[in-house]
Design a protein around this ligand. Sequence first.
Ligand code: SAM
Length: 845
Amino acid sequence: MATRDASPVSDASVLSNITLHERKGPAFRDSSTASPPTSTPPTSLGDEASILSDGAKMEHTVEIVEEASTPLALAAPPAAPQSAPDAPNSESRRPARSSRKSVTTYNVQILAGTAIHTPTKYLEKHHKNVLHGPMEAVVKAAPATTPKKRAYRPKHDPADINDPAEQQLATETAQAAQRRTSSRTSVTDIRREALRNFSGVGEAVANTLLGGKALVKSVLKRSASDSRLRSTTRTASSASLRRRRSTRDAETEDEDEDEESEEDEQEEEYLKPKTKQWEEQGMFVGQHRDFDARLTEGQNRARRKSRQTKENKVLPLPMFKYERLLNEDPRHVHNHFKLPFDVYNPLSRKVKVDGWVKLSKNRFIGDASALWKRDKQDNSHCYCTPEDGCGEACHNRIMAYECDDTNCPLSADQCNNRPFAQLKKRARGNRYDYGVEVMETEDKGFGVRAMRTFEPHQIIVEYAGEIITQNECERRMKQVYKKDKCYYLMSFDNKMIIDATRGTIARFVNHSCEPNCEMIKWTVSGEPRMALFAGRRGIMTGEELTYDYNFDPFSTKNIQECHCGTRSCRGVLGPKPKKPANEPSLASSIIAGAKRKIADLFDSNRGSESAPNSPKKRMMANAAMTKARNALAQSEADREKAEKEAAAHAAQAASRENRALKRGNPMSLRRRQTVIRSSRQTTYTYQRSKPQRKVQHKVQNKIQHKVSRPGALPKPSIALRRNMAMAKAKKGLPPPRKSTRKAQRSPTPDSFEDESPNITPASLRSANKLKSLRFPKEPSSSRDSSSMEVPDSDEEDEGTVFATRNIRGRKRGDEPAPRDLHRTGAGVSKTSKRVRNAKGWFVSK
Ligand SMILES: C[S@@+](CC[C@H](N)C(=O)[O-])C[C@H]1O[C@@H](n2cnc3c(N)ncnc32)[C@H](O)[C@@H]1O
């Protein structure tokens, strides 16, 4: 029989299969049969796999007919006939088609080593069987190199070459090939070429008594290696493969002598049963029995605590969810088992990203390395014990320093504060270990998703790339990336920038306004490094990883719409775009607003009021202007306060840390950690100016935020003010006097309301209720300390009526709010005074 050829390689995708007839004869095994001209590949291992392979299949098997009349045959040495002394008459012995099973199949691509998916190990095996060099040389050399083979290998009968049936089959095949569509023309060419070459081979085989498949293979290989053939094979057949092939060719020539023993070895190898490769990790890698990423840290802790007594260790993987169901909710005991929701399979196909050059660590570019200042002074040390294990209270951890042998007394096994070392170890593992993969998102381009769970604050992946100076960054922005939509620039230490256009996978992590990760700068062996850490919630398998870019756009042109789809989405990436230069400042907009209100007041009263300069209008206008001025003064004060706060913040954090270290109190340390973490959060940027500008921008944002705090008590509407003013006018109150500087500084009742963010009508009502229960009614003129204090307004106009009255829903005759009100943070000044007038209205004094 045609022994199973060395074609385990045939799980590869191939372009063509060429089936060789082996004629049945006394010298051959009985099962040798012929193939029909077209057929599915026979049941050789190779072809089975070929059927299953991904690539284009050749349903048609080309049968090779050896033609005696080829020039090569004529040139063959006279010794050839000796190779087939027992050749029977092929015509009389033509085998039945039903016995085609054992026909040997040769795959040109595989034999030639040009099949692109052929696993290397098989190629290597195969090439040992292949003869190389020019045909004549091969033919001459072959008998000498394979003397033993002839003793037991089936040989080709020259009579076969002349078999008319086979010739006919070959002709039919060739005709069929010609009829095929143009897309297959190239393949047909290959076959023709193979046929032509092979006919020569057959002749040569017959003439030189070589027989056997090695020579056939070598010729077929030659066919496939022919430049013409190569041009028609898949373009994906890489140059590297060809290089490898040629190397192997050279090796093979040397190895021909050992062919027999190697073949034996190969056969032995094929006989070995295939062993299944089991994945040792998979769906649940990274998950821990005691951690459920859907719960908060506190809930997880509580769960762990409650479990300590009733943990059921009987149930094996997979598991935790079901175990939870069983343990925590007895009603579910009889539920059908459901697979956990986070069963996960890595993407079958790796996403290919054009232009992404992977770097696994930072690389300095240009001047950057010279300018890089190593901040050796900035050191940290921890004094943890093995029991602490460098946990939450570890000083290095709090300061975002990685522990190592120089700054930590614990060994690597005992210490839990070596995230980058952990990452390095993980990177050596498999895909699950590595834990992240690139995926395509709907509307944000590529993204990154978790292939495993991550615990809160666990390191996920380092953000590394090219470290460049700001000048280089600007140059790249203007020249290299000017047409790009995605940027991979991140502000880093020493005013440098990490450009991860060439960088780690972290560059694909998208922005979200409600992120599940944080990008934090750590110091590792004295060097700053940036990495993505899980947020406080942890990460569940399959989740897309995101962090807040704090994007600082290069220009308004670069402002990008945010598609994070979260509830608190800001609409754009990072902070809201800066106002254009020609837009009015905060102060001027306040004044403009006040003017508009005044104009509104006058407009709305037009018609009902005859005199344009009536005292009432003057009073209202005055009040509005006062308010505007106060707002201005307030914003100025706020700005100063914010700046002071920012300065005090760092000092406080440092002293808190010291105190915490002294006390060893983990709670305060944790708070410190949060402070540091937030201060180390970085900004995704492509900024033109220096980082200080960014800080200023942030401070300004904060101030703006303070001035127009969303929780502030709503201001009385214009209509309301008008009503109040009219009521006051009816009661004969004098028009407001001109405000003094002092009055401007001390807030009027109106402005006082503005800065009472926590007072709501409801809170006032409840405060009043409480008060009426606690305090007996007092005369309305009472000025004792329990009365609500109002801004000191010695020179303030007596006629200013509190807008609070109506807003707060207090009725005439109500007592002032008790002290409890102050505790609500109403911002009531204790130095201010107010009195009721004869008609029960609160007026400032
Ligand atoms: C660091 S890259 C992130 C990977 C990027 N998606 C990609 O395909 O290469 C930053 C760019 O991703 C896009 N991007 C990231 N988060 C986004 C979001 N929430 N909405 C819209 N685009 C986003 C923006 O174009 C941004 O410039």
